[in-house]
Design a protein around this ligand. Structure first.
Ligand code: KG4
Ligand code: ZN
Length: 352
């Protein structure tokens, strides 16, 4: 069965053709990052307008690369939430029209469900129960997936998402958007913290929940103190202040270390609690090299089969339509996903 996936929840316009929910025939992503970078973050109205402009060509390209015509598509899967309402509406409207015109079913998919399914798209060895850490620009959640479609929320962020914290700290440091890769690059240029930068304390939050707002503020105060600037001056403005390069590198290294340590602490605690057969780390922040190595090192000691720790390939970590097609195919197989109602705060789509 060929599924056409469509993803427009934020700033990537994406379409993909996936066979039987597993084999990717094409996965085209048209990123709006360059357009939003000038504003230091995603501008919702611009994102929605740009999706409308880009979608037809992106879908054509996905079909072309897959080498199939629209008449071969048997199912359309589209993200109906969570995300930016205007952006979501463009994808859902397009998918609904396509389904109606072709007389084929259209399923509405949770973007979170999509990220989870990125773990199943490359023949990684997995097993149930699967513990999933979703770390993206909008979400930080620990989900126990006991069986297909059965999700149990074990922990989540109480404030900012992990990727959001990377983006905000990067902005504070005068680095470009999106901030995650920039922080990682800056951290790599600092083999160790400088003499002037004393390490920040670890993040402490009870249970399996996360918090990233404290660490962000701690970085800011430390920067201001070391640089001898007044506290909070101009940090939220359009023009963040310039900091000395060695200070930026030390701040990036320390922040990344604390953020990764926090994620891995909670992941390890969740593994000890739930004893999953496999673990998947998905979403944009899963691209982070420090997170990947720390996760593998830490889980090697607590998992029966440490090789069952999955990090999807780079193109499947950030937003893409192949993961939406995979999730949609699974929903359709269970007779679910019939609602196409756009829901900006949609949660996990558990099997009813
Ligand atoms: O999954 P995604 O593409 O979009 C959302 O659903 O949010 O994730 C984007 C997020 C951004 O916050 C970006 O800064 C972060 O993923 N990110 C990273 C890295 N690459 C992307 N964070 C840390 N390290 C990276 N290498
Ligand atoms: Zn995402």
């Amino acid at each position: 069965m060929l599924t056409l996936g469509i993803e427009t929840s934020c700033d990537e316009t994406s379409a993909a053709v996936v066979e039987d929910g597993r084999r990717i025939l094409s996965n085209v992503v048209s990123s709006q990052v360059a357009m939003h970078a000038a504003f230091g973050g995603v501008v919702p109205e611009l994102a929605a307008r740009s999706h409308v402009e880009r979608l037809p060509a992106v879908v054509d390209e996905a079909l072309g690369i897959a080498g199939v015509g629209l008449e071969s598509i048997e199912l359309v899967a589209v993200t109906r939430g969570p995300g930016l309402v205007g952006a979501l509406l463009t994808g859902v409207g397009f998918a609904a029209a396509l389904g109606w015109e072709r007389g084929i079913p259209v399923v509405g998919v949770s973007h979170l469900d999509g990220h989870l399914h990125s773990a199943f798209l490359e023949d990684h060895a997995t097993g149930y129960p699967l513990l999933v850490l979703v770390v993206s620009g909008g979400h930080t959640e620990l989900i126990l997936n006991r069986a297909p479609g059965q999700y149990e929320l074990m922990g989540r962020t109480l404030d900012d998402a992990a990727g959001e914290a990377f983006d905000k700290v990067a902005r504070m440091l005068g680095l470009a958007y999106p901030g995650g890769p920039e922080i990682e690059r800056a951290a790599r240029s600092a083999p160790a913290l400088g003499d002037r930068w004393q390490p920040l304390g670890p993040i402490r939050v009870p249970g399996l929940d996360f918090s990233f707002s404290g660490i962000k503020t701690a970085v800011r105060y430390r920067l201001e103190r070391i640089a001898g600037r007044p506290q909070g001056a101009g940090l939220e403005g359009a023009d963040p202040p310039q900091w000395p390069a060695e200070l930026v590198a030390a701040a990036a290294l320390d922040f990344q270390g604390r953020a990764v340590g926090h994620l891995v602490d909670k992941l390890e605690a969740a593994v000890r609690k739930a004893n999953p057969a496999s673990v998947a780390v998905v979403g944009g922040v899963a691209l982070n090299g420090a997170l990947r190595s720390a996760t593998r090192a830490r889980l090697a000691a607590v998992m029966a089969q440490p090789d069952l720790v999955v990090f999807p390939g780079a193109s499947l970590c950030t937003d893409n339509a192949a993961m939406i097609a995979a999730a949609g195919h699974a929903l359709y197989g269970r007779g679910l996903g019939k609602s196409l109602r756009v829901d900006p705060s949609l949660r996990w789509e558990s099997a009813a």
